[in-house]
Design a protein around this ligand. Structure first.
Ligand SMILES: *Cc1c(COP(=O)(O)O)cnc(C)c1O
Length: 491
């Protein structure tokens, strides 16, 4: 932590400033200290008062603990001022902090998924600062549609007839099911009854949407005839749900989207495909494994497709629903749409992200320059290795005698249920405690890295802490804070 300006400078320390439980200053006396007037002006009196109270309480506790019959515990005035400074720093730090995500999972849901393109950040800031035409038609001078800003772009990019946007893909699935299937049956393959990120489970979402889930087939094999046998006059739609975060391998069977679409058409039912990840360009162009694209599903005959905005698309959190005009209209008119809609910040960021795809669709280099997520997924392994070699000396200096630091080949994950089993070759700094290779020493190292000004989050694996460098873009910022690493004392 950096030293706040109100701490006594060298030579200013009051040699008589020895404090005991009995001579601790009052909160009011401290609040009136000239040295605390600047923090009060900057952060507010209430915050500084709270910091003083907590610092005093902490000090009182430690003085009471060290007191013995004839030697009262003592502290210096400088120590008290430092405690207050630390407490002010704690109180002013936001709860949601910027971190270095070196976990090896590029799209990390707990760390905020995709980094946004600069163009999206600019658009978001403009929308935050000024009134914007979120639902205003400038030509007509009257009320407009929230979806107007993204629908045309989404249709151009995916070949859909119509498109609407909600808060996230979980909301998109809920809304599609509620609007097109409430009160009726929805057959889902047992191999696709997915859970994503803890509490998003298809059976629960079905219930919330008022649909009756009809489980068909088996975990590993579901045939077209299973869908066919499940169809009756109460059936609302057919579904295909992307098994984003796992794969069933081995003796498996599932009908293709085209077969499902033909069956749906035959029975005049819509086919809903929950794709999840939502890449907008073929990932094989970047040497990555193929990921299903929404326009492939639509071309195969899907009537409605849903995707996330902040997975492979590389934009803000959003749920994008694409498909037939009549169905999208029905979805848009459902009362839940109003409850699940996106705000102006997201709509601005999403529009800007989609524009990048539209304007540079055929230029891979430009796309990876402009979309940070594509850049991270596409990073050259040799570049990552070179970065690791540049970092080694500083990292070794920071860990000194306590841990060895080596550079190892590793595999990054794409993450967030995107391409679940495919891995990207990468390089990691591997930090191994020296001496007792106990879990405790390792946990201490991981914790010290999390306490840095920009906390560093790695992955514990095989008795070491792995810092995957694929996602480290701010090398200088990472190195600059390493000297502040406060490792727990060796036992
Ligand atoms: C990720 C995912 C969801 C949930 O999307 P969020 O954007 O996280 O709400 C739903 N379905 C599938 C298939 C997914 O991969």
């Amino acid at each position: 932590m950096t030293s706040p300006t109100f701490l006594p400078r060298a030579g200013e320390t009051d040699s008589d400033g020895v404090l005991t439980l009995r001579t601790l200053p009052s909160v009011d006396a401290l609040l009136n200290l000239p040295a605390l007037q600047e923090p009060i002006a900057v952060h507010g009196r209430a915050l500084v008062k709270r910091a003083i109270q907590k610092a005093l309480a902490g000090l009182r506790q430690s003085l009471a603990a060290t007191v013995s019959a004839d030697t009262p515990g003592t502290a210096t005035r400088e120590q008290l001022m430092r405690l207050i400074a630390d407490q002010i720093a704690l109180e002013t730090a936001p709860s949601m902090r910027r971190v270095f995500n070196l976990t090896g999972t590029v799209i990390h849901t707990n760390l905020g998924r995709s980094p946004l393109p600069e163009a999206a950040i600019d658009a978001l800031v403009q929308a935050a600062r000024h009134p914007v035409t979120i639902e205003y038609d400038l030509v007509a001078g009257e009320r407009g549609e929230r979806d107007d800003h993204t629908e045309q772009l989404l249709c151009e990019l995916t070949g859909a007839e119509a498109a609407t946007v909600v808060n996230n893909n979980a909301a998109a699935v809920l809304l599609v099911l509620a609007a097109l299937g409430a009160g009726r049956e929805v057959p889902v393959s047992r191999g696709e009854l997915i859970e994503i990120g803890g509490s998003f489970r298809i059976p629960d979402i079905m219930k919330m949407a008022g649909c009756q889930l009809v489980e068909i087939g088996t975990t590993n094999r579901t045939h077209l005839r299973d869908y066919e046998n499940a169809i009756n006059e109460r059936t609302a739609m057919l579904t295909s749900i992307h098994t984003s975060n796992y794969q069933v391998v081995g003796f498996t069977a599932a009908p293709t989207e085209a077969e499902l679409a033909a069956l749906a058409k035959e029975h005049k039912l819509p086919l809903f495909v929950d794709l999840g990840s939502g890449a907008l360009v073929g990932f094989e162009r970047f040497g990555l494994p193929h990921e299903s694209l929404p326009h492939e599903s639509l071309r195969a005959g899907a009537d409605v497709v849903s995707i996330s905005g902040d997975k492979l698309l590389g934009g803000p959190q959003a749920g994008i629903i694409l498909g037939r005009k009549d169905l999208i209209n029905k979805i848009r008119k459902h009362p839940l749409k109003r409850a699940l809609r996106c705000d102006k910040l997201i709509m601005a960021a999403l529009e800007a992200t989609l524009r990048l795809y539209r304007d540079h669709a055929d230029d891979d280099r430009k796309l990876t320059q402009l979309l940070p997520l594509l850049h991270l997924l596409n990073r050259d392994t040799d570049d990552i290795h070179a970065s690791g070699q540049r970092l080694l000396p500083a990292a070794r200096a920071a860990f000194g005698e306590q841990a060895s630091v080596t550079l190892h080949a590793s595999k990054s994950q794409i993450g967030s249920g995107s391409l679940p089993i495919d891995r990207l070759p990468s390089w990691s700094l591997v930090i191994t405690p020296i001496g007792k290779r106990s879990g405790q020493a390792l946990a201490g190292i991981a914790s010290a890295l999390r306490k840095l000004p920009i906390p560093v989050i790695g992955r514990i694996h095989d008795g070491a802490l792995w810092l995957d460098l694929r996602t480290l873009e701010d090398e200088a910022g990472f190195v600059a804070q390493l000297p502040q690493l406060a490792l727990p004392a060796l036992a």
